[in-house]
Design a protein around this ligand. Structure first.
Ligand code: CO
Length: 214
């Protein structure tokens, strides 16, 4: 099939392919060496671990172009110690790409966090967000004291903190720190309502800082 032929899948997909051709052409015009340069290697400084939510695209909201950020996204930005998908991304980013910063980015109004709070998730998603349900159950007395409208936001922030701690315990991060390599972990949260990121002030630069995270 030629690049420009119509697919039987219709205009919903055709527009994506057309957008892609326009984008690639625009990039080539602005920087003819962009693609040849990227083709030789990737050397991103950052690993982003965020939610799959379509409203939180890592590159776009941070102004980064292809090649500048290694990305892992899943429902509710969960970092499971036994999740080979997430852990292999972390290992590769730290050991092979030698990223200097790992950003765990949650977002307010996260559907996964909300489902954990309300107990409405079913099937595989319920299993996936079990660690967030555990946070909710453990923190419920504190969170219940907040106005109802603030509870979800607070749990979204607590989830970032929890996942950041999980990240700090991952083998690749520990190995890097024990070797004295410069690697910082950061907890951020994104507001869909105004498009702004907030640093939660939880950054970790070595093993010593982890216990203070709570
Ligand atoms: Co989400």
């Amino acid at each position: 099939m030629s690049q420009t032929s119509k697919t039987k899948d219709g205009p919903d997909l055709e527009i994506l392919l057309q957008n892609n051709r326009n984008w690639a052409e625009q990039v080539r015009q602005e920087d003819p060496e962009f693609f040849p340069r990227l083709a030789t290697q990737q050397k991103p400084k950052y690993l982003w671990i965020g939610c799959s939510d379509s409203r939180v695209p890592a590159n776009q909201i941070t102004g980064l172009v292809p090649g500048e950020v290694f990305v892992h996204r899943n429902v509710a930005n969960v970092i499971g110690s036994d999740d080979p998908n997430c852990q292999s991304v972390i290992e590769y980013a730290v050991n092979a790409l030698e990223v200097e910063h790992i950003i765990v980015c949650g977002h307010y109004k996260c559907g996964g966090v909300q489902a954990a709070m309300q107990g409405t998730a079913t099937g595989i998603v319920a299993d996936w967000i079990a660690s967030i349900s555990d946070i909710w159950n453990a923190q419920q007395p504190n969170l219940a004291a907040l106005p109802a409208a603030e509870r979800l936001a607070a749990l979204c922030e607590l989830n970032v903190q929890h996942q950041l701690k999980s990240l700090a315990q991952s083998p690749a991060v520990n190995e890097a720190w024990s070797q004295g390599r410069a690697l910082s972990l950061h907890g951020w949260i994104y507001s869909i309502e105004d498009g702004l990121l907030k640093d939660l002030g939880l950054s970790l630069h070595d093993q010593a800082g982890v216990s203070a995270l709570g």
